[in-house]
Design a protein around this ligand. Structure first.
Ligand SMILES: [Ca+2]
Ligand SMILES: [Ca+2]
Ligand SMILES: [Ca+2]
Ligand SMILES: [Ca+2]
Length: 385
């Protein structure tokens, strides 16, 4: 005998209610999935991130409607705050056709930081912002002439990372990973590292084994800790590509932490408890700790408590910092390019894997080599105002 339980009849009542609501929405709007009118903002030349010192920066902004939204011509505004001061609001300069603009950030000095957002009005009277939740979030741009590569590691060579092997299996290894797929077809460990022309990365047990549960992290914790990196006196950003697989039970996190005292204390930057493929992350050290000459970054994978299937990988780790070069080649900052500057470059000649500008990395590619020496010799003997 088939009979409806109260639960099933309840579902049917709910179904009728949803149908009625959908029909009403359809009658009101002409579409069951209508969105309110809105505006979107485009930057055909990109959003500025590095601003030249002492020069105003102009960039294009285009406002268009979506879901039937109609932008009000000449309603575009730029809002900016210099070095976290109060927000200023200025008109965007209209260009042709209507709702296309130029935005101008006033000239500022080396290492000044602008936060900015834009707004425009929709014909119904609403104001739209980009970012949408501005000013809680905003875009930022720093006044600098370039970015130094202070540390770069594709893990193809050993640059001095330390592994703590506290797990039974799946401790960090610098290796060529083997592809691992579960019986259900989920890729838990990729076949390749992330570096386009590379092979190696750090991986929690590179081997595939017989099944997905072989050579994943089991029975403990493994740390991968960077060498001590000198980031004193700069405003560095850390970036990397990471992979994380977590399944079976969901009680283990992939922790990314930073220390500014050589590893005595750690501040957590990321705590990942879901499943992600190769993912790019970038963050400013100063958002977590004061940059010192004793900075280390640590990646921790664990299987503790209930057994989980855990795989973690890291590749293409880079630390950069903005630089402001006002007198090209003047490495010792005394307004001339002379023997002292040449000596400073030669003292670091051959440096690879990251370099400061003042060490002689004139072309900001992370090495001090022949191209830097040539660049310095080309301006040798000049003086700066
Ligand atoms: Ca690699
Ligand atoms: Ca593994
Ligand atoms: Ca000099
Ligand atoms: Ca160089």
């Amino acid at each position: 005998m088939v009979c409806a339980t109260p639960r099933e009849s309840g579902h049917r009542t709910l179904g009728f209610a949803l149908l009625a609501a959908a029909a009403a929405a359809l009658l009101n709007s002409g579409s069951a999935f209508a969105q309110p009118p809105a505006l979107i903002f485009d930057y055909p030349d990109g959003r500025p991130e590095l601003l030249n010192p002492g020069e105003a920066t102009t960039f294009r902004v285009i406002v268009t409607g979506e879901y039937g939204g109609i932008p009000v011509p000449d309603s575009g505004r730029l809002h900016y705050a210099l070095n976290a001061s109060d927000w200023e609001t200025v008109l965007l300069t209209p260009t042709d056709p209507p709702n296309e603009y130029e935005a101008t950030l006033p000239a500022a000095s080396c290492f000044d930081v602008y936060n900015w957002y834009v707004s425009a009005e929709e014909i119904s009277g609403s104001t739209f912002y980009d970012p949408a939740d501005a000013p809680s979030t905003s875009y930022s741009a720093i006044v600098a002439t370039g970015e130094a590569i202070l540390f770069v590691d594709d893990f193809e060579t050993d640059r001095g990372w330390e592994v703590y092997a506290g797990a039974d299996t799946g401790n960090w290894e610098r290796a060529d990973p083997e592809e691992v797929v579960t019986i259900a077809g989920t890729l838990t460990q990729p076949e390749d590292d992330h570096t386009p022309d590379g092979t190696l990365c750090y991986v929690t047990g590179p081997l595939a084994g017989e099944g997905a549960g072989d050579y994943d992290v089991d029975g403990g914790t493994t740390h991968l800790t960077s060498p001590v990196i000198d980031l004193a006196g700069v405003d560095p950003s850390v970036s990397y590509w990471r992979w994380y697989h977590l399944s079976s039970t969901w009680d283990d996190e992939f922790l990314i932490q930073v220390s500014n005292n050589g590893g005595l204390n750690w501040v957590t930057v990321e705590s990942i408890d879901d499943r992600e493929t190769w993912t790019y992350l970038e963050w400013k050290v100063s958002d977590y700790v004061t940059p010192t000459d004793q900075v280390r970054v640590r990646f921790t994978a664990s299987d503790t408590g209930y057994p989980s299937l855990v795989e973690a990988l890291v590749d293409d780790f880079v630390i950069t910092a903005p630089v402001c070069v006002t007198c090209f080649g003047d490495l010792d900052n005394d307004n001339d390019v002379d023997l002292a500057d040449l000596a400073q470059l030669l003292a670091h000649y051959g440096l690879t894997g990251g370099a400061r500008y003042e060490y002689g990395d004139l072309d900001l590619d992370g090495d001090v080599d022949l191209s830097d020496l040539a660049a310095l010799l080309a301006v040798y003997g000049t003086t700066c105002p």
